[in-house]
Design a protein around this ligand. Structure first.
Ligand code: ZN
Length: 244
């Protein structure tokens, strides 16, 4: 079962690469079929086996020899491993499948936000759909709606105060609030700012970014949501035990 989740995750990861490339330029994610970005040769099934294809062709196109970005196998592997870990933590449940869907959305959001500094509405809508199904399956209507309103409200307030938060971040937090409820929303908000501050400081000290540079916030929200999925319960429990 772990292997099934892993392999399924690798193939979905391969589809995420298509989404990361095509969504920002407004292309369809289903048509046309995948082809080499350099020579335009149509890829057949054997060329689309995740990771494995990259290794046997040494990261090159089989037809024209162009080098492919390491991003392709990394995204595939990341998505596959996270699917397998989701199965290990939550078993074969509807929630596992919904968490996997949200994880894939967050990976895509992070990559597009890093490359283009936008979070496309289509991905936030997909996240809100996964969150809504989660609410219906788990009957967490109240906490889900409060979570969404809190995520939305907090980030609108932060956007007004700092002038540095985009509309995409606000909508993403609302979508995550649906799935993770009030507790999860507060956790993700806090962690995203702690991680964001640490990473920004690091980038500025190393002079990779200047103080005036815009640093996309979507990846910090996404990473915090992943931490919440896998460790949130344990972190909150050990934090509370400090006081009891
Ligand atoms: Zn080619």
């Amino acid at each position: 079962m772990i292997l099934i989740f892993l392999i399924y995750g690798l193939f979905i990861g391969s589809f995420l690469n298509v989404c990361i490339f095509r969504i920002p330029s407004g292309m369809s994610i289903v048509k046309p079929p995948s082809s080499c970005g350099i020579c335009g040769h149509r890829l057949n099934y054997i060329d689309m086996i995740p990771v494995f294809n990259y290794i046997i062709n040494k990261g090159r196109c089989r037809y024209c020899g162009a080098c492919y970005s390491i991003q392709y196998p990394v995204i595939e592997l990341l998505n596959g491993v996270l699917y397998a870990l989701t199965y290990l933590k939550f078993g074969l449940t509807v929630n596992s499948i919904l968490y996997c869907a949200m994880i894939s959305i967050l990976i895509t959001v992070s990559m597009i936000d890093m490359k283009h500094k936008i979070i496309p509405d289509s991905l936030n809508i997909a996240g809100a759909m996964a969150g809504s199904i989660f609410i219906l399956v788990n009957k967490t209507y109240l906490t889900g709606i409060i979570g969404a309103l809190t995520g939305f409200g907090l980030f609108v307030a932060i956007a007004i105060l700092t002038n540095a938060m985009g509309g995409g971040d606000i909508k993403l937090m609302a979508a995550l609030g649906l799935m993770f409820g009030l507790k999860g929303t507060l956790f993700i908000t806090l962690f995203s700012f702690v991680i964001g501050a640490a990473v920004s400081l690091f980038l500025i000290v190393l002079k990779i970014k200047g103080r005036k540079d815009e640093i996309p916030f979507g990846p910090f929200i996404s990473l915090s949501a992943l931490i919440y999925i896998f460790f949130g319960f344990e972190i909150i429990r050990s934090y509370l035990s400090l006081f009891m």
